[in-house]
Design a binder for this molecule. Structure first.
Ligand code: AMP
Length: 595
């Protein structure tokens, strides 16, 4: 059964924020927690980071928050990094709520600044226990009007020695104030805390169903969030799948990943709930008929996918729960075919993969991401295998004549042997096969290294992969200016979709896209530019605006591609998810001193 955010009883302002963030459906902990917290009940949630727990308590807090000077909600977090992250997430969720401000307060920041901010009025305060106590003692923070106190990562806070502070804060909060505790584990001290301060708390725990995991090869890679795009390309390049399904957590990330893949020359497209039926049908029919190599989708969109010959599932974002993982990987290895599943795991998500392994008993091995050299070696082997097969097939007379003519005409002295011409051709093919010039140059350097055979023990490649059709790096591009920009809420996906859909040109013929305030500049292959212009000016609508497109004069010709900008980094070693002084007896003191 699927549950929508609407069904959870949230107001239009919050639904809009959730939509802006690209969340398609609530996570399991959100489905459990939001109605219970909205009803005003005390609750104990067993949920870890990465399950969507911040929004699980954040949305009910914001639903109830009203403009005014008093603090209405307090969230306690173990570290300043978490306090900042939670406060940022709440601010994003509160973006359409009028006059609601979220204030993080933590040790290490000048207290005067926080005193001034508190005096100005904040409706939601997110703080570390030590600093919150400090403000309570100074009288700069008052909880007399607080309607809810949330303890986030309660087990961590107790481990870090914050027990007395937490108890003092709970004692100072109003007796009828709602109290909610989130904890990854439920050791005795947490149960005691809950018994002492919470009134008949509802237990929010996700029950796991019995699951049958398909018997396919499963690998996970540890990556940093900003490395994911590169990691994806390496996995795709080294394996050369004919049909791969890439899963992302949000609609936004589907758009980003599919557009970056297109810009890097892959036959890729995205599928999510914002597309209308015609657009979805178009994407699906391309995927089914081999017109697309890579389909990037959210879980919701992927539910409608019924394709049997998917070679691989790649979890670009790890799913929220175990059931999600099993459903996703069940998309490959169907009908007796071979299938593979790859999952990218960031430092903060490592516990999730451990949980998946524990519950499913599946063999999910940790892999090393292919290096550029590995990718090169595998590609070279595949290319040479194709050369070998082409030689075996024969019928080369026409081409032999061409080589001889070329050799005689260009190098009449006979100083360039056919071997050098073959080498130049191989170099050309390899460079075309690699998406960007940096790689191509690196590959050039790598090419002098001895090649390690890829494939089976005899060096035979495991599968034949059709060469990918990429846009040559030095292809001449033309910049087109289109009269829709940020003010029309246009997205790169809408532009690419309209241009490819209307003109029939492939996604790889579109280069960088620069969305400006009132217009956008789109690079398209120079030889297709006139055709695209003619089609666009025939009465096409993008974002509800009738398109008027012109050549961005004076800027024809090859241009550097816009480099891929990784998304904002969340979580980093030493930050929220870095090593914590777990179990240290003087944990709190050590923590406060180090901050
Ligand atoms: P948290 O467990 O609160 O640290 O959330 C982990 C990540 O999941 C954050 O980046 C959230 O923005 C994101 N997230 C939260 N809820 C959802 C949802 N329903 N769908 C997709 N992403 C979500």
């Amino acid at each position: 059964m699927t549950v929508s955010f609407e069904a959870l009883g949230l107001s239009p302002e919050l639904l809009k924020a959730v939509e802006d963030l690209g969340f398609e459906e609530p996570s399991p902990i959100q489905i459990l927690a939001i109605p219970s917290l909205l009803a005003g009940r005390d609750a104990v949630g067993q949920a870890q980071t990465g399950t969507g727990k911040t929004a699980a308590f954040g949305l009910p807090i914001l639903e109830k928050a009203v403009p005014g000077r008093s603090v209405q909600a307090l969230v306690l977090c173990p570290t300043r990094e978490l306090a900042i992250q939670v406060s940022e997430e709440l601010s994003k969720l509160a973006v359409h709520k009028r006059a609601i401000s979220i204030l993080p307060i933590y040790g290490g920041q000048p207290i005067e600044r926080q005193i001034r901010a508190l005096a100005k009025g904040a409706q939601v305060v997110v703080g570390t226990p030590g600093r919150v106590i400090d403000h309570l003692q100074r009288g700069t923070l008052r909880l007399s009007d607080a309607g809810i106190v949330v303890l986030d990562e309660a087990d961590e806070m107790l481990d870090m020695g914050f027990r007395e502070d937490i108890e003092a804060i709970l004692e100072q909060s109003p007796a009828d104030c709602q109290k909610v505790l989130f904890s990854a584990t439920m050791p005795q001290p947490i149960r005691e805390l809950s018994k002492r301060f919470l009134r008949e708390p509802e237990m929010l725990t996700i029950a796991h169903k019995m699951l049958t995991v398909p018997a396919i090869e499963q690998v996970y890679y540890e990556v940093r969030p900003y490395q994911k795009m590169d990691a994806l390309c390496r996995v795709l390049d080294s394996q050369g799948f004919r049909k791969a399904l890439v899963f992302c957590a949000t609609k936004r990330s589907v758009d980003e990943v599919s557009i970056h893949l297109q810009q890097r020359g892959y036959q890729a497209d995205g599928l999510h709930g914002d597309l209308n039926q015609t657009q979805r049908d178009r994407v699906m029919s391309r995927f089914r008929t081999d017109g697309l190599e890579i389909l990037v989708a959210t879980d919701v969109a992927a539910r409608g996918i019924d394709v049997d010959d998917v070679d691989a599932v790649i979890n670009y974002d790890i799913p929220h729960d175990i059931e999600g993982y099993v459903h996703r990987i069940g998309r490959t290895g169907r009908a007796g075919r071979e299938g593979k599943a790859f999952t990218f795991v960031t430092v903060r998500e490592q516990y999730k993969i451990r949980e998946i392994i524990r519950y499913t008993k599946a063999r999910i091995t940790q892999g090393q991401l292919p290096t550029l050299r590995d990718v090169h070696n595998i590609r070279t082997s595949k290319l040479l295998e194709e050369v070998r097969r082409t030689l075996a097939e024969g019928s080369l007379d026409r081409w032999r004549v061409l080589v001889e003519e070329f050799q005689n005409e260009q190098f009449p002295d006979g100083d360039v042997p056919a071997r050098d011409i073959s080498a130049a051709l191989l170099k050309l093919l390899m460079q075309r096969d690699f998406g960007n010039q940096d790689n191509a140059n690196e590959i050039d350097a790598l090419a002098v290294e001895p090649r390690r055979p890829a494939g089976d023990a005899d060096g035979r490649p495991k599968s034949k992969v059709p060469p990918r059709l990429r846009r040559p790096e030095n292809e001449s591009m033309c910049r087109l200016q289109v009269n829709v920009g940020h003010t029309h809420d246009v997205t790169p996906r809408a532009l690419v979709g309209a241009i490819t859909g209307e003109s029939g040109i492939p996604g790889r013929s579109i280069g960088a896209i620069d969305i400006q305030k009132h217009c956008s500049v789109v690079e398209v292959s120079a030889e297709l530019a006139d055709h695209v212009l003619a089609v666009l000016n025939k009465g096409v609508f993008i974002s509800g605006v009738k398109v008027s497109a012109t050549k961005d004069e004076g800027s024809d010709g090859p241009r550097p591609r816009k480099p891929f900008k990784p998304g904002p980094r969340r979580g980093h070693p030493g930050g929220k998810f870095g090593k914590k002084p777990r179990g240290a007896t003087s944990g709190r003191k050590a923590y406060e001193e180090s901050h």
